[in-house]
Design a protein around this ligand. Sequence first.
Ligand SMILES: Cc1cc2nc3c(=O)[nH]c(=O)nc-3n(C[C@H](O)[C@H](O)[C@H](O)COP(=O)(O)OP(=O)(O)OC[C@H]3O[C@@H](n4cnc5c(N)ncnc54)[C@H](O)[C@@H]3O)c2cc1C
Length: 303
Amino acid sequence: MSNQYDVIIIGGGIAGLSAATTAARLGMRTLIFTGQVLGGHLVSIEKVDGFPGHPEGIPGFDLCPATEEAAVEAGAEFAAEDVTELKPVDDGFKVTSETGDYSARTVIVATGTSLRMLGVPGEEEFFGKGVSHCASCDAPMLKGKEVAVIGGGDSALQEALILIPVCSKVTIVTDGEGLTAQAAYLTQIGEASNVEIKTGATVKEISGDSAVTGLKIETAAGEETLAVDSVFVFIGLDPISWLVPEKFHDEYGFITADTAMRTAKKGLYAAGTIRSGSAFRAASAGGEGATAALSVFADLYGE
Ligand SMILES: Cc1cc2nc3c(=O)[nH]c(=O)nc-3n(C[C@H](O)[C@H](O)[C@H](O)COP(=O)(O)OP(=O)(O)OC[C@H]3O[C@@H](n4cnc5c(N)ncnc54)[C@H](O)[C@@H]3O)c2cc1C
């Protein structure tokens, strides 16, 4: 088999997997680089809310394999590697990964986002030793423990709701004046008896010995150190857009593309949360992936 593809998709989240399924079903030779985490963010989300057809929510670890299976069955080829370079060439693009070079007439970038770090002392040192981005992964080890969740939006509260039934106390720390999550989450948080909310709070340091033991915060009342065994950080998302030149980024680093997912560069498409203006929902990311593949087909083979 040659390394020449109609379309190469970079990113194995729901946007990339959906693009791969649609592209392969349309008969295009399709390769998807899934990177280190097949399924992207969704794979670690205990209950994906708001996904059509699943009124009670669906575990990400069920949704992702089903989405992958659809792409495999459609005939997409998979590479569980990171793309390290993306270069335009005369007749398309050269895509370089850890194992070699690949050619594609078109490329769909679906690299998504990474969870933003606090950038405080102790965060890197204790990452994986109490500092975490995944409540459902760590909850079984935290029965009866006190933990802190940093952030006041949907992601932070969704993760806090996983910890509340397990932990003795969950302290939600936000630098805002209040919580900004959707009403359904606020109601559930309001009903919990083991939650404390610290607003207007700045995280100063995460401390510990072999694992996390404390979280130092500063509020209008002064500094205090909370005795916690874990700190979950959900303060925003940063785009993973470095493969694409900055002239195609918006002011926040997301890739600019139209509603057909076409960027200003011929043959280059962006889909999912990496796209400027995307809705940060699983359903919309999947829809954008499919739309990008349909645009590729229209551009290569006519409507
Ligand atoms: C804590 C949390 C809770 C959420 N809860 C919900 C919810 O309940 N309902 C909902 O609808 N949405 C939810 N979301 C949002 C949802 O997860 C995203 O909308 C969705 O995951 C976006 O999919 P994506 O494919 O665009 O990107 P991502 O999921 O970020 O996937 C990007 C993929 O690209 C890969 N990648 C990155 N760089 C490279 C590279 N160089 N080479 C190859 N591959 C690369 C990554 O490994 C990953 O596989 C939540 C998000 C978070 C963080």
